[in-house]
Design a protein around this ligand. Structure first.
Ligand code: SAM
Length: 244
């Protein structure tokens, strides 16, 4: 399954859920507040900007934002909100594309580093962030903590979410460090819609090592965008890396 098969026109059309889910003000406001602070008055680069869920409100706060995005369909949705002059986007792969100029901040949110399916690609992503940053610039990653403790020996799947009309089932290939998320959405009929996305999951310590390979050091790790303490029970983290 290639990325552009997943992030196709149908997915792009249905991606935005204004005011709800990942677009809820209680999710987005702290994200944007923290990124404004980390940009420190400089330019920001969003890897995998998608439809501009974060990039558009960040630009509206006065931070000059540039995006890199693989899917033309997702860029098409972003362009319905903001033009190229206000928020330039380069179409291509975040591991290799070079955006013009230098940036104070690069960020990659909503678990998207895991869309890169090999360790080499994930390390290249850090290296590409480093290529864009001024000395002392920051790279921010938002990523979930792999739920390996929910996977007893012999079990190959976990049920992540069960709610009315939606079930998330994750299947694991622990040898290759891959997980495929199966998103089932359904109504009262007998039919369900299945969306699948493959990921390479990363334990925080491995992420830190990837950062080191690209010349970064870990500056902070919190459980959320509001600075909550990261603990052994945290389900995800916001990690800020600083270019040495
Ligand atoms: C979960 S969405 C996140 C979009 C946006 N950052 C957000 O927070 O809503 C993942 C995005 O990553 C993009 N993507 C996946 N692999 C990519 C790659 N190698 N380079 C650039 N974009 C990529 C997809 O096309 C999709 O738009």
């Amino acid at each position: 399954m290639e990325s552009n098969d997943i992030w196709d026109a149908e997915t792009a059309r249905g991606y935005d859920t204004p005011g709800e889910g990942m677009f809820a003000p209680e999710v987005l406001a702290p994200t944007v507040d923290r990124l404004v602070e980390l940009a420190g008055g400089g330019r920001a680069l969003e890897f995998a900007i998608g439809t501009g869920r974060v990039g558009v409100p960040l630009a509206e706060r006065g931070v000059p934002v540039t995006g890199i995005e693989l899917s033309p369909a997702m860029i098409g949705q972003l362009r319905a909100k903001v033009d190229e002059a206000a928020l330039p986007v380069l179409e291509g792969d975040m591991t290799t594309v070079r955006a013009p100029g230098e940036f104070q901040l690069a960020y990659l949110v909503f678990n998207t580093i895991s869309n890169l399916l090999t360790q080499e690609q994930q390390v290249e992503c850090f290296r590409n962030a480093a290529r864009h940053l001024v000395p002392g610039g920051r790279f921010v990653i938002e990523l979930w903590v792999p739920e390996l403790r929910a996977l007893p020996p012999g079990r190959k799947a976990t049920v992540g979410v069960v709610e009315s009309g939606y079930i998330l089932l994750d299947t694991y290939d622990v040898l290759n460090q891959h997980v495929v998320s199966h998103h089932f959405t359904f109504d009262e009929t007998r039919r369900a819609r299945l969306g699948r996305s493959p990921h390479r999951y990363i334990w925080p310590a491995e992420l830190d090592l990837m950062a080191q390979l690209a010349g970064f050091e870990l500056e902070s790790r919190h459980a959320d965008w509001e600075g909550g303490e990261f603990t052994a029970e945290s389900g995800s983290h916001v990690s800020v890396y600083r270019l040495a």
